[in-house]
Design a protein around this ligand. Structure first.
Ligand SMILES: Cc1cc2nc3c(=O)[nH]c(=O)nc-3n(C[C@H](O)[C@H](O)[C@H](O)COP(=O)(O)O)c2cc1C
Length: 359
């Protein structure tokens, strides 16, 4: 039923549906269910240590013999800027007082490891069929190591320029991430992110332009939640789709109860791209922090430092059932998400795509 079989063949899967890696919210069970149903299950490794990645893959391989994808961030380490960080703490101090959290609380300095030698060594050991990157690609010698381990390399592009850059630097396929997408924007070429984000194209405009500009196959991402979206992505030139938000309501995902409830009511809410939760632009359901301090704040510390700063505020608010300070990662199509096991969702997506003219 797939008119464009380039990615089905490249990844050796039955259905060209990639579960978006969702660091923190995806699970081994979710990835295994998607791979076993014929799609490509992914694990977001951005928040995992190398030891935990190895253990996670061992567990995943126990649950599925099908191809899997490991995903890593390739950001620059956070710049230390004490004045900026204390200014941000000060900016949030009225919230600390309101929630009864001592403003003198020192926030943990939460950093995330970018893909480096240690992660590369684990990849070489566990040899996932696909390795995907967000925020560009690691340095060329690391890309070479990953490819030498037999893994296909893919990464997200938010513009045609980024897609061409990724192809030139060795990507085997490009994820065209439209503006609708939930979670972090993969943008990496323009360092003026505020300006870049304001001019980014939606999936409908981005996918055909990327498909025209590169010779490697294209995976459409952003706002795709049902068979209509998949059929449209293929009509626009994609050879696969990457779907994130639509899986957040699956039983196998680790979406916390308050986040789940917000997604269930997404039809009455809006999403926005904001930098206030992590320091990089990401799409979330609008809540108090995004509305009052964001959507864009030039004062936000470097990625991912605001995440650590928010932990105590978030915990205090959540204790009262409030998501005022919770990053409610979500794409624009959240209201199309359906609550069902992941295997059933993949089966349904495939059936629906046939009904809408096929992929
Ligand atoms: C909760 C959540 C977490 C995400 N985490 C990651 C991640 O760790 N790595 C990554 O490459 N993309 C991540 N993304 C972005 C997805 O790869 C993808 O671009 C997006 O989900 C597609 O749009 P959709 O959410 O509308 O389906 C995340 C998306 C969501 C919704």
């Amino acid at each position: 039923m797939w008119s464009n079989r380039r990615l089905v063949e490249l990844f050796q899967i039955d259905h060209p549906i990639v579960l978006a890696p969702m660091a923190g919210l995806g699970t081994v069970d979710l990835a295994a269910a998607v791979s076993n149903a014929g799609g490509l299950g992914s694990i977001g490794c951005a928040v995992l240590t190398p030891e935990l990645i190895a253990r996670t893959v061992a567990e995943l391989r126990r649950l599925t013999t099908k191809p899997i994808n490991l995903n890593f961030f390739c950001h620059h380490p956070a710049k230390v800027d004490a004045a900026r960080e204390s200014g941000w703490h000060e900016k949030l101090s009225s919230y600390y007082r309101e929630l009864g959290v001592d403003p003198a609380t020192v926030a943990p300095r939460l950093d995330l490891a970018s893909f480096g030698d240690a992660a590369s060594a684990v990849v070489e050991q566990v040899r996932p069929e696909v390795v995907s990157f967000h925020f560009g690609l690691p340095e060329p010698r690391l890309v070479d190591r990953v490819k030498a381990a037999g893994c296909k390399v893919i990464s997200s592009a938010t513009t045609v320029d980024e897609a061409c850059w990724l192809e030139k630097h060795g990507a085997d396929a490009i994820i065209a991430q439209g503006y609708e997408a939930g979670g972090h924007r993969g943008l990496f070429l323009d360092t003026d992110r505020k300006r870049a984000v304001a001019s980014q194209a939606g999936t409908f405009a981005l996918v055909p332009q990327v498909a025209d500009a590169v010779s490697v196959p294209v995976i459409a991402a952003g706002g795709i939640a049902d068979g209509r979206g998949i059929a449209a992505a293929f009509a626009l030139g994609a050879a696969a789709v990457q779907v994130g938000t639509a899986f957040l309501l699956c039983a196998e995902s680790a979406t916390p109860p308050l986040h789940r409830e917000a997604l269930r009511n997404a039809g009455k809410k809006q999403t926005v791209v904001t930098n206030v939760f992590s320091g990089r632009p990401a799409r979330v359901l609008v809540n108090r922090l995004a509305a009052e301090i964001g959507p864009w704040s030039d004062a936000a510390p470097d990625f991912p430092l605001p995440m650590g700063e928010l932990l105590s505020l978030r915990a205090a608010a959540e204790q009262n059932g409030s998501t005022d300070f919770t990053p409610l990662w979500s794409g624009q199509a959240a209201a199309l998400a359906r609550e069902m096991p992941a295997k059933m969702l993949i089966d349904l997506l495939v059936q629906e795509t046939t009904k809408f003219g096929g992929g």
